[in-house]
Design a protein around this ligand. Structure first.
Ligand SMILES: [Zn+2]
Length: 288
């Protein structure tokens, strides 16, 4: 099972902390020429654009505890509002919550059921994620088509405190989720100032909550209202509604999961890792 084509991995953050929002904003306005929204692509050549295929929704699940810093109900509301940032009149795409579940786990099971999970990591934030990382979205895709098979958001509850009211010392949950949800759509980072899909954020920043025209153009181009496929598909292999683990050997128990087993060669994507590295370089230069 552990072949290159099935390996799941994680990597650098798509959302990088901003230590000086005003300074960075000014520098970006002056020094970085605006370019349009960016669609993420497969790492393999030919680089195929990543997208949600054949479904007008993406079903997501919030892990039961949500953030340890916020009452669960408030946290879930903030997550919901962040996802709804992408409810656009010109787009058919909608994020759909699965509120009855009590668990979800980041990762992709090729031969089992799945969840698109939003989970706070409160006990351990792996070193390979980067200590500065606020949140990380991992997409698993089919390299032959660019179709997204699974999308998980992990949030750094070890390194940061979260809130829901734009308090200056807290990371705003709605703000952060709005950005990560854009990755779930297949959007990569943009250099456009003020866009939700820009790479920087930080404590007290709520400016990503509302999409900029650049973000809207991206989402409505990828998922135009007139192109609605007319159906909302569950996660690949079906929704893992009972928090079950995949069997050690799926073939040994005679219990194949309906709809599972496709997507041979699916690979993970570390969203916008290159952009993060580039921005880290600039960050160091600013703070010499
Ligand atoms: Zn990002």
């Amino acid at each position: 099972m552990d072949t290159d084509s099935e390996r799941t991995g994680k990597g650098p953050s798509p959302l990088f902390p901003l230590f000086s929002a005003l300074l960075a904003g000014g520098l970006l306005l002056c020094a970085v020429p605006a370019r349009a929204w960016v669609q993420a692509t497969t790492k393999e050549t030919p680089h195929r654009p990543l997208h949600v295929a054949e479904s007008d929704c993406s079903q997501y699940t919030v892990a039961a505890a949500c953030s340890a810093d916020v009452p669960v109900a408030d946290c879930v509301v903030a997550v919901t509002l962040g996802m709804r940032a992408w409810d656009l009149r010109g787009s058919y795409f909608r994020f759909q919550p699965t509120p009855d579940l009590t668990c979800c786990r980041a990762g992709y099971e090729r031969d089992w059921t799945n969840t698109n999970c939003i989970v706070w990591q409160e006990d351990r934030w792996p070193g390979e994620y980067g200590a500065d990382t606020i949140a990380l979205t991992t997409l698993t895709y089919d390299p032959a088509t660019g179709a997204i098979l699974d999308a998980d958001i992990e949030v750094n509850g070890v390194g940061y405190r979260f809130g829901t009211d734009c308090s200056p010392e807290l990371m705003d949950i709605q703000n952060m989720i709005a950005h990560e949800a854009g990755h779930m759509l297949g959007l990569d980072h943009t250099d456009v100032s003020g866009a939700t899909m820009r790479v920087y954020s930080g404590p007290g920043d709520c400016s990503l909550r509302d999409l900029a025209p650049d973000d809207i153009e991206g989402a409505t181009t990828l998922y135009p209202y007139a192109g609605d496929p007319g159906r909302c598909l569950p996660p690949h292999g079906g929704l893992n509604a009972d928090c079950s683990d995949s069997p050690p050997d799926p073939g040994s128990c005679g219990c194949r999961v309906p709809g599972a087993g496709g997507a041979a060669g699916a690979l993970p994507l570390l969203v916008a890792g290159l952009a993060v590295r580039a921005m880290r370089g600039r960050h160091r230069a600013r703070h010499r």
